[in-house]
Design a protein around this ligand. Structure first.
Ligand SMILES: Cc1cc2nc3c(=O)[nH]c(=O)nc-3n(C[C@H](O)[C@H](O)[C@H](O)COP(=O)(O)O)c2cc1C
Length: 366
């Protein structure tokens, strides 16, 4: 049986599959359940020092379904904020989870306003619970940017560098900075995080979207008292976009581990993230739609892939497909070269056929 574990920043993950920050890690009970079922790690729902500022709406989710099969969810929108549970309660629960499952990896997702003291406080108090690493949420695309948090930070490379440095200076455990995909060039904030000292990069958070408009009421969805805001898109539909971000970040930040996420619903999806540079793969919407039990298929699929490819370590998969990216001009040149080689072969074949023909002719005449 293949060894599914992988070491990242000195942390041994029993397998590379991690539940992403969001509803799957919303309290100690579900975090423990995910460990019971075999997830390699979990990133808790993002926490902040003052939960009283967090006000969620109902509804806050919207789904894009297959027109042929309304039960099949293609894409998922949320306008959910970070955790609205008290920070002190979270500290107790994180410590409790880590104590109960010391072998499993628990990562705390944290977010604060753009003030050094607040970041230092949240880092110091959170890491004191014994969590293995911190993920800085610099990427939530809705609600929080109105308070200059989340993606408002992640879209500003100077802030990404600054906040990452504040966190790193206070941290004694690895720090991952989580990127927003709502930028033109994802390598700019990723490199800024690395300059700030990030030990790893997580990507992607959700993509700004509008899930649809109700043609009866003419109201965009999800509708809250008749109104809405653009939200974050996730689930299967975002996989190709996430893969591109992971690839670009992986190539631009060599040596810095990437935790890839976006659109993972199966082992095949996760493997593609890994082949493009992710050493761990996070799952949020997939687990919400398919249940935590999907971890069994992820591990079985990874193992079958490694056996088929003759790989013995998960790290062998990471970034294996990256060398096959090039420039468009290079593709054109390669194609020209291939045509030239084919034409050369054809010419050689013709000559060879000609030789045979003349030989046969000479045989006949002889
Ligand atoms: C309902 C919901 C809530 C989320 N809440 C958080 C959060 O609190 N912090 C965070 O960093 N990301 C949050 N995310 C983003 C996910 O962690 C993940 O980056 C994104 O959904 C892409 O992965 P997926 O396609 O597997 O869902 C949330 C996503 C969803 C769908």
């Amino acid at each position: 049986m293949a060894d599914l574990s992988i070491e990242v920043n000195g942390i041994r993950f029993p397998n590379p599959f991690v539940l992403a920050s969001g509803p799957p890690g919303t309290n100690a009970r579900v975090i423990k359940r995910s460990f019971e079922l075999g997830w390699g790690g979990i990133v808790c729902k993002t926490i902040s020092l003052d939960h009283s500022k967090v006000h969620n709406t109902v509804p806050r989710y919207g789904k894009l379904t297959d027109p042929e099969n309304k039960k099949k969810v293609i894409g998922f929108q949320n306008i959910e904020l970070i955790s609205d549970r008290p920070f002190e309660l979270w500290l107790e629960e994180l410590a409790e989870c880590k104590e109960a499952y010391p072998e499993r990896v628990l990562i705390a997702s944290i977010m604060e306003e753009c003030e050094k003291d607040r970041w230092v406080e949240i880092v110091e108090r959170t890491q004191a619970t014994g969590v293995d690493a911190l993920e800085l949420n610099l990427s939530c695309p809705h609600g929080l940017p109105e308070r200059k948090m989340g993606a408002a930070m992640g879209q500003d490379p100077e802030l990404v560098e600054q906040v990452t440095r504040w966190a790193k200076d206070a941290a004694t455990i690895p720090v991952w900075s989580k990127m927003t995909p709502n930028v033109t060039d994802p390598t700019i904030p990723a490199k800024a995080a690395v300059r700030g000292g990030a030990d790893g990069i997580s990507a992607i958070n959700t993509i700004l979207c509008i899930i649809g408009v109700n043609l009866e009421t003419l109201r965009p969805m999800p509708t809250v008292e008749g109104y809405t805001v653009p939200g974050g898109y996730s689930g299967r539909a975002v996989l190709p976009i996430a893969l591109r971000h992971v690839m670009e970040i992986g190539r631009s930040c060599p040596g810095v581990p990437v935790s890839g996420m976006g659109g993972v619903e199966s082992a095949a999806d996760a493997l593609q993230h890994m082949l493009l540079g992710a050493s761990t793969v996070q799952v949020c919407t997939g687990a919400m739609l398919k249940g935590y039990e999907m971890i069994a298929e992820l591990c079985a699929g990874l193992e079958a892939f490694m056996d088929k490819q003759g790989m013995t370590a998960v790290s062998e998969i990471v970034g294996k497909s990256l060398p096959y990216f090039s420039t468009h001009a290079d593709l054109v040149e390669r194609q020209r070269q291939a045509k030239r080689e084919k034409a050369g072969e054809a010419q050689r074949d013709d000559m060879w056929k000609g030789d045979i023909a003349s030989e046969t002719d000479s045989l006949v005449t002889d």
